[in-house]
Each structure stands twice: as structure tokens, then as C-alpha cells.
Write a protein that binds this ligand. Structure first.
Ligand code: URA
Length: 244
């Protein structure tokens, strides 16, 4: 396989991006710098980009800091989607893992690795998802307190379901971090609403072992690092009580 194809398939950029990367001298094969994008490489060759070992990946994995105003879908006739933010060439089959509301920002994983997508979304997976929420007070609730922590931990009752135990950490009167192990429609907003608060800002900061890169501006994305891909592929389903 050509070196530029190897790097592009491994999510390091478009074919043009990786050609530029190779020509700039950032890539080494078996310890020696290589500047020709057409260099042939085989399975036994070790490829380093900026000193990091790159193992060939059939799949693309991107971390996005989703901005508000775009919907979590692969296509839509009327509204912008998260896939519209991905520069061409968009890897075939790329889709978001799970869904964030249009006004929710933060961590969104996109991949065409169907097995991983399925595993992370499986209801039996209890994959913890952490959110930062800013609330507005309602008539009789001016600030979060211990009773909210207990209610989240006991399992909030909504009209159509009882939520699994969730972990609420109060950061200030009207700001909190919450970890849930499910992903039902508008779940976090509905949980706070049942306690008398409206969510005015919601940001997902982690999903399982994957943590939103603080250096990633809203609306941007980057390929996952080798370590991040490894952490996801070795991430196993755990009992509910171990989720936190
Ligand atoms: N819970 C919500 O209410 N909205 C999201 O986007 C994610 C979790």
C-alpha cells in the first residue's frame, strides 16, 4: 500500500493533507524519515507520524466538539448536520455515535466502525456520559441542593420511565455536572425539569473513556489518537453499579 493511502485511511487527513504532511518530513518508516508519498509499505513496516506509531485502521474515528445549531444526523434537507462540518473526503459510512440535541454542544464521536458504534450505544453497556449543565431557576427552585443529588442517585421518575441512577455533582447554585448511563430523548433536560429547573446550556464532556479535548474549539473535530482508539476498543460493558 502507498504511504499516503495508509495515512489517509488511518484518519490522518485527506489524501492531499497527508501528502503535505509526508513532504514536510513528519513521517518516518522503520525509523528513517520518508518524504515520498508514494513509498510502498507493508504490514511489517512501522510508520511514525510526529513520533507516534500509526497502526493501519480500516475505520475513521473523529472527536467533534459539536456546536449549537446543527443537528446530529448524517443528512437533512433543511438543516445543517454534523456531517456537513466534516471536510471532504468524508469517510464512507461515517456517522455519529448517539445523538445530541440541536442546542447541545460538546463531545460527539463519529465513526464508520459499526461494531464500536453498536457497543457504545447498547443499553446493556451502561456507558457513562458526563454533561455540564447550566440551569435557570423556576418559581420555587432557586438553587440545587442535596435533595437533587439524592433524587438523581435514586433514579428520577419521568412521565414514561424511571431513569437509572445518575450522579449529580453541584458546581454552583445553578451549575452542575451530571453522569448518566442511558441516552433517552432529552434525558438530561427532562431530569432537571422534573426537579423544577430548565437547562439553558448543556455540554457533553465525556463518553466512556473518551474525554472532550479542551483544545478543540466548538465546530471543530480531529482524528482520535491511537490511545483513544485503543481505550474505546478495549472498553467493556460493565454492571450498572460500576458505571461511575
Ligand atoms: N440529554 C439531553 O437532554 N440532551 C442532549 O443533547 C443530551 C442528553
Amino acid at each position: 500500500m502507498r504511504l499516503d493511502k495508509f495515512l489517509a485511511d488511518s484518519g490522518k487527513g485527506s489524501r492531499k493533507d497527508v501528502k503535505d504532511i509526508i513532504r514536510s518530513g513528519r513521517v518516518a518508516v522503520n525509523g528513517a524519515p520518508v518524504k515520498d508519498p508514494g513509498t510502498a509499505i507493508s504490514d511489517s513496516d512501522s510508520v511514525l507520524l510526529d513520533g507516534e506509531v500509526i497502526s493501519y485502521s480500516k475505520y475513521a474515528y473523529f472527536m467533534m466538539n459539536k456546536p449549537a445549531g446543527v443537528i446530529t444526523a448524517t443528512e437533512d434537507r433543511h438543516q445543517s448536520t454534523v456531517l456537513d462540518l466534516i471536510k471532504a473526503p468524508v469517510p464512507k459510512g461515517l456517522s455519529p455515535v448517539g445523538r445530541l440535541d440541536k442546542d447541545t454542544v460538546g463531545l460527539l464521536l463519529l465513526t464508520n466502525d459499526g461494531e464500536l458504534n453498536h457497543r457504545l450505544l447498547s443499553p446493556k453497556g451502561h456507558v457513562p456520559k458526563k454533561y455540564f449543565a447550566r440551569l435557570s431557576p423556576d418559581a420555587d427552585r432557586l438553587r440545587l441542593d442535596e435533595s437533587d443529588i439524592a433524587a438523581f442517585s435514586d433514579g428520577i421518575k419521568l412521565a414514561d420511565m424511571t431513569c437509572m441512577p445518575a450522579k449529580l455533582s453541584i458546581l454552583s447554585d445553578l451549575e452542575a455536572e451530571v453522569v448518566i448511563v442511558e441516552g433517552k430523548f432529552h434525558q438530561v433536560k427532562r431530569m432537571f425539569s422534573s426537579r423544577g429547573f430548565s437547562v439553558v446550556f448543556l455540554k457533553r464532556t465525556s463518553m466512556g473513556p473518551l474525554v472532550l479535548d479542551p483544545a478543540l474549539p466548538e465546530g471543530s473535530y480531529r482524528p482520535l489518537s491511537e490511545d483513544e482508539i485503543r481505550s474505546l476498543s478495549t472498553y467493556t460493558i460493565r454492571p450498572e453499579q460500576e458505571a461511575f
